[in-house]
Structures are given as structure tokens and as C-alpha cells.
Design a binder for this molecule. Structure first.
Ligand SMILES: Cc1cc2nc3c(=O)[nH]c(=O)nc-3n(C[C@H](O)[C@H](O)[C@H](O)COP(=O)(O)OP(=O)(O)OC[C@H]3O[C@@H](n4cnc5c(N)ncnc54)[C@H](O)[C@@H]3O)c2cc1C
Length: 371
């Protein structure tokens, strides 16, 4: 098997698919390699919440840019991708969280992002099933949800997909070689490693990618159309996502266009088994019912887990290897890879094509972890 493409992208999750799509749109011939079906991996496990996170600044830049791209792409997406502009309600339980909601509103408005502080009476009108006694919420109407496995397959549409397991990526004499598990080799000028958590096993020797698994549990219910209208997330979710606690749980409920409710979310560092942990699942459901008592009357149809790929500073790793020309990476998206796939792809593609980056590239550069 010899390369027939300008760029080999390893990993057909949403990040690899977005890279292939972006490069294909720019005229490159792209080959995508995956050992399994496209859109599996973390992409199939995720919630599909497209959400702008307003701090730190690098996360704001990447999520904001990506969200704008999603909003433009929306009209082209097939119906089955189920883009649903439900917006997010960030729930403040007490005065301290209300102040946090106000700070978020300030940062978002300063950046020109539409948002609205919601007082308790209005919150009860917007989401009557939320428990009483909440202090308020921040509503971000531009956020949305999407069915990521289908978007992934749609993005892949124009690139050629190979099924093969990659064992290692090396660079020598201006060329990159991709060694497959059967011992055969592919050669290319440019390779993008976008294999999610598995990217850490593919990086060139001496340049480990510092990725840790961060396991999450999700549950989906039977159909209750209209029970919830927005993606509902407690403000403490951000603290959990950015924090280093070994395990944490936060209220995060999403209305699916089918009328089902998707309930999250949990985080457990270094848990690499995808088996369901009944204790964590019970914590997730209990937390959700505390905020949304009506959930107790729904039936759970299915529960599953997925492994997020977390970096030490919470930012993905995007761009070229500092010492191995031709090797690029797009991984480490933790709990935001569906939202940020489009911005990540635009940044990686700009690096490969030598065009100006769409936003400041340094906070995501591989150099920050390369000694
Ligand atoms: C519970 C949970 C909830 C989440 N919720 C959200 C959310 O609401 N919003 C959001 O934005 N993000 C969310 N995320 C994060 C998001 O799902 C991930 O960041 C994103 O899917 C990562 O995509 P990826 O393409 O990098 O990796 P993956 O989807 O894991 O894809 C990697 C691909 O590489 C392939 N691969 C691996 N190794 C090899 C190899 N050696 N050879 C060939 N192929 C290989 C795999 O088969 C796979 O297809 C969530 C994640 C979890 C776990």
C-alpha cells in the first residue's frame, strides 16, 4: 500500500474527520486511516453539546471560533446530524455562583457574544421542571447540540478512508513513515495524528504526548418531549472540568430532538476501562434528580461510558512537531472535542499549508510539552 494522498490523517473521529474535510476543501488529497468504523471512539460516546467556554482565554478563542463555524455549517448539515439550537442555561444555585454567572456574562458580552442573565422567576418560566430555590442562570442562546457520529461521517464524505491499525509514526529524511500493525509501511510528506487518546502510542519516540484518560458516564432516558428545552448545566461543571480532582460529578442534562434526555456527567482520571461503574452512574443520576426532580419519573434506556483525552493544562495539542517536520497532531480535546473539532482542524490545516492561523496558535502548540 503506497500513499496516493498529500496528507495522511490517522483517526477518523470527529477531529480527524474535520482535519480531512478542512484540508480537502483547500484542495489537498487526503487519506484517512482508522482501525475501526469512522465516528466511533470518544466521538460516539460524547454528549454533542456545542458550547462556548469563556475562560481561560485560549479555550474561549477556540470554542468561540469553532461555534461560529458550526453556526455557518448548520444549514449544510444533513437532518440526521440533528443540529439543534437549544442554547445553554448555566445554573447558579447560590449567591457565589450567581456572581460567577455575572462575571461570565461580562466576559461574553465584552467579546460580543449574546447572553442573558435570568432571574429565578424567569428561570421557572423557561424551565418549569427545575427545582425551586435556585439563584438564577446565564442563558447562552447560540449554543447547540449535534449528533457527532453522523457529522463525522458527513465530514469524511469527500476523503478516502482506509481501515488499518497504525503502530507508529516516524520521520526520516523529509518523509514520514506510518508503520501499520501488519508490518507494512505508508510514506507521506505530511501526517496528522488525530487518534484521540491513542495518539500517545503513535507519537515519535522521545516525544511522548502527555495524555491521560478521563472517563465519563452518560445515561439516556425514554421520550418526554418538552420536559426540558435547554441544555442545563450547573456552574460547578466548569470547576470540575478544569479541576484535577480524581473524580467528580456535575449536573448536565441535554434535551435530544427525539424528546429523550441525555444525562451527564462524570469525570474519573486514569480510568481506562470502559465498563460501567454502578457507583459513578448512581452519583450522576442522583445529582441530576437533585436539580430536575421530574427525572425520577423517567426510565433510563441505556448507559455508556467514554474516555476523554486530557492534557496537563486542559488545552488540546494542535500543530506540527517541533523537531520532526511533517508530523502534525490534533488531540487532547478532553470534554470539548466535538465543539472544537472545526477550529482545531482550521488551525492544523493552516500550519500544514503555511497560511496564517485563524487565531493565536501558541496556547495549543506541541512545543509546550516537548523537552
Ligand atoms: C462522556 C463524554 C461526554 C462528552 N461530551 C462532549 C460534549 O458535550 N461536547 C464536546 O464538545 N465534547 C464532548 N466530549 C469530548 C469529545 O467526545 C471528544 O473530545 C472528541 O470526540 C474527540 O474526538 P477525536 O476524534 O479526537 O477522538 P476519537 O473520537 O476517540 O477518535 C479517534 C479515532 O482514532 C482511531 N484510532 C485510535 N488508534 C488508532 C490506531 N492505532 N490506528 C488507527 N486508528 C486508530 C479510533 O478508532 C478512533 O476512531 C465528551 C466526551 C465524553 C467521553
Amino acid at each position: 500500500m503506497s500513499p496516493s494522498a498529500d496528507v495522511l490523517v490517522i483517526g477518523a473521529g470527529i477531529v480527524g474527520a474535520a482535519c480531512a474535510h478542512e484540508l480537502g476543501e483547500a484542495g489537498a488529497q487526503v487519506e484517512l486511516i482508522d482501525e475501526a468504523a469512522p465516528g466511533g471512539g470518544a466521538t460516539a460516546a460524547g454528549m454533542g453539546h456545542l458550547v462556548v467556554i469563556d475562560e481561560p482565554a485560549a479555550e474561549f478563542a477556540l470554542t468561540r471560533w469553532s461555534m461560529q463555524r458550526w453556526q455557518r455549517l448548520q444549514a449544510q448539515l444533513p437532518d440526521r446530524a440533528k443540529y439543534y439550537g437549544c442554547g445553554t442555561l448555566w445554573i447558579a444555585s447560590d449567591e457565589e455562583e450567581w456572581q460567577e454567572a455575572q462575571s461570565k456574562a461580562e466576559r461574553m458580552r465584552t467579546a460580543g457574544l449574546e447572553c442573558e442573565l435570568v432571574e429565578p422567576a424567569q428561570l421557572a418560566r423557561l424551565e418549569p421542571q427545575l427545582r425551586t430555590g435556585l439563584r438564577g442562570a446565564l442563558r447562552v442562546p447560540g449554543d447547540a447540540v449535534v449528533y457527532a457520529p453522523l457529522v463525522t461521517r458527513w465530514l469524511i464524505g469527500r476523503s478516502k478512508v482506509h481501515r488499518a491499525r497504525v503502530a507508529r509514526v516516524r520521520s526520516r529524511n523529509q518523509a514520514v513513515s506510518v508503520e501499520l500493525a501488519d508490518g507494512s509501511e505508508l510514506k507521506a510528506r505530511t501526517v496528522v495524528i488525530a487518534a484521540g487518546l491513542e495518539s500517545r502510542r503513535l507519537a515519535p519516540a522521545g516525544s511522548p504526548l502527555p495524555l491521560r484518560a478521563r472517563k465519563g458516564h452518560l445515561v439516556i432516558t425514554d421520550r418526554h418531549p418538552g420536559l426540558v428545552r435547554h441544555q442545563l448545566v450547573e456552574l460547578g461543571y466548569i470547576k470540575n472540568a478544569h479541576g484535577q480532582a480524581q473524580e467528580s460529578v456535575a449536573f448536565n442534562v441535554q434535551p435530544r430532538p427525539t424528546g429523550q434526555l441525555l444525562i451527564g456527567s462524570s469525570r474519573q482520571f486514569d480510568e481506562e476501562s470502559t465498563r460501567i461503574d454502578a457507583r459513578m452512574l448512581a452519583r450522576v443520576v442522583k445529582r441530576a434528580i437533585e436539580f430536575l426532580p421530574a427525572l425520577a419519573g423517567t426510565s433510563a434506556l441505556r448507559a455508556w461510558t467514554g474516555l476523554r483525552a486530557a492534557t496537563p493544562d486542559g488545552m488540546p495539542i494542535l500543530g506540527s512537531h517541533p523537531r520532526h517536520p511533517g508530523i502534525h497532531v490534533a488531540c487532547g480535546h478532553e470534554g470539548l472535542g466535538i465543539t472544537t473539532a472545526l477550529g482545531s482542524a482550521a488551525l492544523v490545516a493552516a500550519g500544514i499549508r503555511g497560511t496564517p492561523p485563524p487565531f493565536e496558535a501558541r496556547p495549543y502548540a506541541w512545543e509546550r510539552f516537548d523537552e
